[in-house]
Design a protein around this ligand. Structure first.
Ligand SMILES: [Fe+2]
Length: 363
């Protein structure tokens, strides 16, 4: 096996290299943009081919190197679906398995709480927990739509249930520690060991930490894997052209079908509709994406909540009234429009290219 832990002293971030010595295929977990040249040199020295960059979440304290690595090597970017990074190659919900050569298997585990899209990755006897679990601590839950109850459930049910000897490699360490194990964290972690869910929530809600200095720059950049929005959109377009069916793993076929069934509209026509037609404007992205910017007067209801909540939210509107629906790039919105059609809404129109295109054409 080839395994290396790399430390960024500016943000106290750990990046990990995992590679299969036979096939020479490699991955990075949580690469940092300022180290990309070093990573590339390391890959060259070890004669490795980078195939994936995994993110544990959209980071607030440093800019990801996964986009730059994709440009340099073609390695696919992988991140939790609920992180809102629309342009990533693989958007994960947990349960996915990635293989390097014949022997290395890396499993994605959804561990929400620090952020809704946070993922951990399990490789053999090692689990890479990102900011879900630190050595003697855990990631904060007071921004990026964090939720301490979700974090408690994820860590206690998905990490602490792994064999006790499983090695825990965190996303950060601020005290000089490198590695822990599940037994150590489940029995000694001061925030979690022996704590009830309510006690943990009480602790997390009273940390009173300062906001990370880089958050306003890092979060928007990391929604595009740390690279320029224009370049990221170009990838997305190229990928769409070469594989129009793919939204994320497991979603094949759905998007194409939906696009044939749903009325779509470009940005210019959408503007006229807003000016003349008084449509409901419905943003079906996640709350954290909506909070970073949205079309004026839009109502936010994430796609996963359409079926349960749309009728109460639009209770005063007739089901034949026009609804302009959008997401980041126009994928989720067509799927959401299909659900709305099933519920009885007859005039749902999806914005092609989504908010990304809206922003480009309006500004
Ligand atoms: Fe984080």
């Amino acid at each position: 096996m080839i395994f290396k832990q790399i430390f960024d002293k500016n943000s106290c971030t750990y990046t990990y290299l995992i590679a299969d010595p036979v096939s020479k295929e490699a991955v990075f977990i949580d690469p940092v943009d300022t180290y990309v040249e070093d990573y590339l040199a390391l890959l060259k020295t070890l004669d490795l081919k980078l195939v994936y960059s995994f993110e544990t979440h959209v980071h607030a304290d440093h800019i990801s190197g996964s986009g730059l690595l994709r440009q340099a090597t073609g390695a696919q970017t992988c991140i939790g679906l609920h992180c809102g990074a629309e342009i990533a190659d693989n958007r994960l919900v947990g349960g996915e398995a990635f293989t390097l050569g014949a022997d290395v298997i890396i499993n994605a585990i959804a561990t929400p709480g620090h952020t809704p899209g946070s993922m951990s990755y399990l490789w053999a006897d090692k689990v890479f927990t990102g900011d879900a679990l630190f050595i003697g601590g855990c990631g904060r839950t007071d921004f990026q739509n964090g939720d301490p109850g979700d974090l408690y459930d994820a860590v206690t049910q998905k990490i602490f249930t792994l064999p006790g000897e499983t090695l825990v490699y965190p996303g950060h360490d601020y005290k000089g520690d490198f590695v822990s194990c599940v037994y150590q964290e489940s029995s000694k972690n001061p925030r979690l060991a022996g704590k009830t869910r309510d006690e943990f929530i009480e602790i997390m809600n009273n940390l009173n930490l300062p906001v990370p200095t880089l958050i306003d720059k890092a979060v928007p950049a990391n929604l595009y894997c740390g690279i320029e929005e224009e370049v990221a959109l170009q990838w997305a377009n190229e990928r769409e052209l070469s594989n129009p069916d793919k939204e994320h793993r497991g979603g094949q076929g759905k998007i194409n079908y939906a696009k044939q069934q749903v009325n779509v509209i470009d940005v210019k026509t959408a503007q006229s509709l807003i000016a003349d037609g008084d449509p409901v404007i419905l943003d079906v992205r996640e709350k954290n994406e909506f909070n970073l910017g949205h079309i004026e007067h839009a109502i936010n209801l994430p796609r996963g909540e359409i079926r349960s909540d749309i009728e109460s939210i639009l209770a005063t509107r007739h089901k034949d009234a026009p609804i302009l629906i959008y997401c980041a790039s126009g994928h989720r919105s067509v799927l959401a429009a299909l659900v709305m059609a099933e519920i009885g809404y007859t005039n749902v129109i999806s914005l092609t290219g989504g908010y990304v295109k809206w922003k480009r054409e309006i500004s």
